[in-house]
Design a binder for this molecule. Structure first.
Ligand code: PEP
Length: 262
């Protein structure tokens, strides 16, 4: 039995149509209605949140609804942005912050990510904070330093009583969407180091229950070996979350890893 209940999220990124998103979520939630040992969420594109939320509610909310991004200000002249309240109105329960595509394609800074993390947690929603090093940083031997810097910056001024609503996703940039996955041992090492940073910031009572999930080309074929590691508490899945059978198999691997030895 693993120490923490695993979490598996499907980040659909800027993919699907309204019709294919509905088909995908129906397939996932029907196949997973009886898999109990894992928390599951999907992160559809903004325009489909209400529709997907409705389908999930009709299926008793076994799969939770997440958003891929948010803006930290409550309202106002921020053209193109979406607020916390808007997401909550749409039934969103959790938000991804600091995904590598937001950091590296959209240019989000540690400061902006910190503002978003604070605002999401203060709103009562859950936050999945993504961190991870680039290939260049890894090859230079700086992976752990980069992860530590990103975690400390993102959590600056986050009060300890908000940490139970936090999940950290370790997603090495070089592994996202590339087909290259970190080895289970390398990922475990990074996760243990990140847990150490949380322990340093908040103490073991906050660090031990915190879920640290892995993302970066997870698929049905490699999920179990990652989830068997003691500090890997599930996964954030991109490409493979768009295929019902792959995503269902990944969630089942997390359930099997969690209940191993029972
Ligand atoms: C992601 O988008 O968070 C991700 C891990 O993508 P992929 O699984 O496609 O590498």
């Amino acid at each position: 039995m693993k120490a923490r209940k695993p979490f598996v999220g499907g980040n659909w990124k800027m993919n699907t149509t309204l019709a294919s998103a509905a088909e995908l979520v129906r397939g996932i939630s029907d196949a997973l209605s009886r898999v109990g040992a894992v928390d599951i969420a999907v992160f559809p594109p903004f325009p489909y949140l209400v529709a997907i939320g409705g389908i999930l509610r009709d299926r008793h909310g076994r799969v939770r609804l997440g958003a891929q991004n948010v803006y930290h200000e409550p309202e106002g002249a921020f053209t193109g942005e979406v607020s916390m309240h808007m997401l909550q109105d749409c039934g969103v329960q959790m938000v991804l912050v600091g995904h590598s595509e937001r950091r590296h394609v959209m240019g989000e800074t540690d400061k902006l990510i910190n503002q978003k993390v604070k605002a999401v947690l203060a709103s009562g929603m859950e936050c999945v904070l993504c961190v991870g090093e680039t290939l260049e940083q890894r090859e230079a031997g700086h992976a752990n330093q980069v992860n530590e810097r990103q975690v400390r910056a993102a959590l600056s001024q986050v009060p300890e009583d908000h940490v139970p609503r936090l999940t950290i996703a370790y997603e090495p940039v070089w592994a996202i969407g590339t087909g290259h996955t970190a080895t289970p041992e390398d990922a475990q090492d990074a996760h243990a180091k990140i847990r150490g940073v949380i322990e340093d910031l908040y103490g073991p009572r906050s660090a031990q229950p915190l879920r640290i999930i892995y993302g970066g080309s997870v698929k049905a074929a490699n999920a179990r070996s990652l989830f068997d590691q003691p500090d890997i508490d599930g996964g954030l899945i991109g490409g493979a979350s768009l295929k019902i059978a792959e995503f269902v198999s990944i969630v089942r691997s997390a359930a099997d890893a969690a209940t191993q030895g029972e």
